[in-house]
Design a protein around this ligand. Structure first.
Ligand code: MN
Ligand code: MN
Ligand code: MN
Length: 314
């Protein structure tokens, strides 16, 4: 069964109520040309450092017109974000970034245009939160052995809104306590596979995650494909299963020009749309900034083309 995007039916009205801006008069083709679209970002409801309202304000300041908030396995930031977006005249796409297990690895899938009240999605995210909590406790135990004390409590305090610390929160405390000079080296020295604080998380399967997103009426986007360090053969296997399970798009994420070319080639081969997103977490110099996304190659299908942004809000 293919779930896929379903903005054409009654779900669309719920979607457009969440969209904070009446956007009915501008044809898609003209609109898309002028819109700065960023479909991947984080708030304090996962491992981002800005509240949903501050995130919206920063997006507007950067000229972003359409923003998806995609917190890790968490949708509770969407309501405050929608309210701020309405006031600011920004189109908010309700999203989520779901961790999935595929072939013994963790893969991230964005659900874009989801119904955040869908019970199957919410039940799924609740099991993910339980897994994240278990992992956080084990990471903390392992960091303790490596000489980093009391990590769980500190990380949980940083995870202000959800209370469930993710790896990003541990990375931040490792840096703050001076065990690593930046987040990147905190990950590579402590949190990556084979390092003292690495714990293999138990996420739902890729198929399961795509089913949740589909049931919630969302488009499923494979996030930052270059980050999984898959061989070409493995990437083909992943995308084949992703497509077969109802996957819609692949993220054309910031990276080298050569990596982007490879992503575009894969999208064409598998008949997937492209999505763009900054994966913004924090206003850190040198890190991803809201709205800093590549433009899509000519001829590509954009994931937002399916959203009928020009359709009259119901
Ligand atoms: Mn993150
Ligand atoms: Mn991710
Ligand atoms: Mn992300």
């Amino acid at each position: 069964m293919h779930y896929g995007c379903r903005f054409g039916d009654s779900r669309a009205s719920r979607f457009f109520r969440l969209v904070g801006f009446c956007y009915d008069a501008i044809p898609y083709s003209i609109a898309a040309h002028f819109l700065l679209i960023d479909l991947h970002s984080h708030s304090t409801y996962s491992d981002g450092v800005l509240s949903p309202a501050s995130l919206i304000a920063r997006a507007v300041g950067n000229g972003v017109s359409v923003l998806a908030l995609t917190d890790h396995d968490e949708v509770r930031g969407l309501a405050p974000a929608a309210e701020a977006a309405r006031e600011a005249g920004l189109i908010l796409i309700p999203g989520v970034e779901v961790s999935a297990t595929w072939a013994g690895r963790t893969i991230h899938v964005l659900g874009l245009g989801i119904d955040p009240d869908n019970s199957q999605l919410l039940n799924g995210l609740a099991t993910q939160a339980a897994s994240r909590l278990q992992r956080a406790i084990r990471i903390s135990e392992r960091l303790q052995l490596a000489g980093i004390a009391d990590a769980f409590r500190t990380a949980a305090e940083c995870a202000a809104e959800s209370g469930v610390p993710g790896r990003g929160h541990f990375a931040r405390l490792i840096v703050e306590r001076g065990y690593a000079r930046d987040l990147k080296s905190a990950f590579s020295r402590f949190l990556a596979p084979g390092k003292p604080g690495f714990v293999q998380a138990e996420w739902a399967s890729l198929q399961q995650v795509l089913a949740w997103i589909g049931r919630a009426g969302g488009c499923a986007v494979l996030a930052h494909p270059e980050s999984y360090r898959l061989s070409p053969l493995q990437m083909h296997a992943l995308l084949e299963q992703f497509k077969a399970a109802g996957g819609d798009a692949i993220e054309y994420s910031a990276g080298s020009g050569k990596a982007l070319e490879g992503i575009w080639r894969l999208a064409r081969f598998f008949g997937l749309a492209l999505s763009v997103g900054s994966d913004f977490h924090a206003p850190t110099p040198g890190a991803a900034e809201l709205g800093a996304v590549p433009s899509l190659p000519d001829g590509a299908t954009a994931v937002w083309q399916r959203w009928n942004l020009d359709r009259k809000a119901a």
